[in-house]
Unconditional design. Structure first.
Lengths: 212, 212
DNA sequence: ATCGCTTGGTGATCTTGTCACTGAAACAGC
DNA sequence: GCTGTTTCAGTGACAAGATCACCAAGCGAT
């Protein structure tokens, strides 16, 4: 799942590292559905969330782009001329650089390791989205919720997300998440606070997340 | 959406056309989740459906592979070492050829048009799956059903699919499809027969499919 | 004809999504 | 401190969809 810049040859790496680094605050909207891709985006620090939004206003997290990864929506746009379908939001303060279209094409032409990197990114995202589809289509909300809580819990078992943010992460509605969380709490699996969930019984939650 | 072999240079095209052509009957299972990719698959005739199956046994059509297209699940396997997550079934009698792994890698290395073709395929599939996710996550069953009926209806407005097949196509359950179809019938939008749906009011159905 | 299989219909029940509110906590400015 | 304002969370009522457990037709083979 993690697509690192590892495996790139020194020359390619150097040309990527020469790029100017931009920064953006948490919460910045980096691109919206319909935008054209400006260039190949590489994330150095922080996390970008790419969301799909339905007409009703409900949204779902397609995938996250973290350090060393690239936003393949952009690549998709560069290679196929298709515009974004998702919305990109900085979830933390981020640092990134943009490789202009022409330079990107040249690298694709000349660097086999770079091509491999881009392909791996693609493959990883396709897998992410497919797995997400599987979850949304076939898995109960409670189980999806348990999974996200496990994934997002820090060392101390805390998850700093609102019910709304959790709902977006699993593609459900806030009210549903509230009720499911209350159900988990009543079983002693989590503790609840405003904007904060504490995982109280990690093995129990993991068991739920695995299904059965 | 359609990823044709158009745009390939003559040399690449020739080397693809030298491959031996295999055939398979409708209904043949071509690959299952967990299988390793044998090589790069190119479809000459017919249609392959790639399905994702949940534990419950319910399944959903990820995408179809038609004439001139390639099954990117395979490519994904070749490039990233990931196994299939979907199940491939011949929906019609098919003719296809397989480009062995080594030859595939060589083409990727040496032919820019071939690389572009593979990238376009990837981009198309990622788009397909994303759109499907959007449908499943945010769109009503009735609307998804209407859309599929429009897409699959022949010149004469007939759709030769069972309720179960329709349910798989939209990622729902057979009973739900039966009930929704009955609702459409009562509104005069379709006529029903065993294994056959006739679109009676195409504009009306299309209107439904567009949403609102 | 009749056995077996596929296809489709139906009621009951549970889960999930949606709508319309309410209340509680956090926060900014005075 | 208070006072609005905003964000977050809880709740009841109801609609949509999934699941389960059946049953009944249609169809093909022998």
């Amino acid at each position: 799942m993690d697509v690192a810049t590892d495996g790139l040859d020194a020359a390619t790496k150097a040309s990527l590292e020469r790029l100017a680094v931009s920064r953006a605050d948490a919460g910045t909207v980096l691109f919206r559905p319909g935008d054209d891709a400006a260039g190949f985006v590489l994330v150095h620090e922080g996390r970008i969330g790419v969301y799909l939004t339905g007409r009703s206003g409900r949204d779902i997290l397609l995938y996250s782009v973290e350090r060393g990864q690239t936003c393949i929506q952009t690549t998709l746009g560069l290679l196929g001329g298709e515009a974004y379908t998702g919305e990109g939001i900085a979830e933390t303060p981020i640092a990134f650089s943009v490789l202009p279209r022409g330079d990107f094409m040249a690298l694709m032409e000349n660097s086999a390791p770079f091509r491999a990197f881009v392909f791996r990114s693609f493959a990883g995202r396709l897998n992410d989205v497919t797995r997400l589809l599987e979850q949304v289509a076939f898995v109960r909300v409670e189980q999806r919720l348990a999974r996200v809580l496990i994934e997002r819990a820090g060392e101390d078992g805390t998850v700093h997300l609102t019910h709304q943010a959790l709902a977006s992460a699993i593609g459900s509605a806030r009210e549903v998440v509230s009720r499911r969380l209350e159900a988990l709490r009543s079983r002693g699996l989590v503790e609840l606070d405003r904007g904060l969930i504490r995982v109280a019984d990690r093995p129990g939650l993991r068991h739920l997340a695995e299904g059965e």
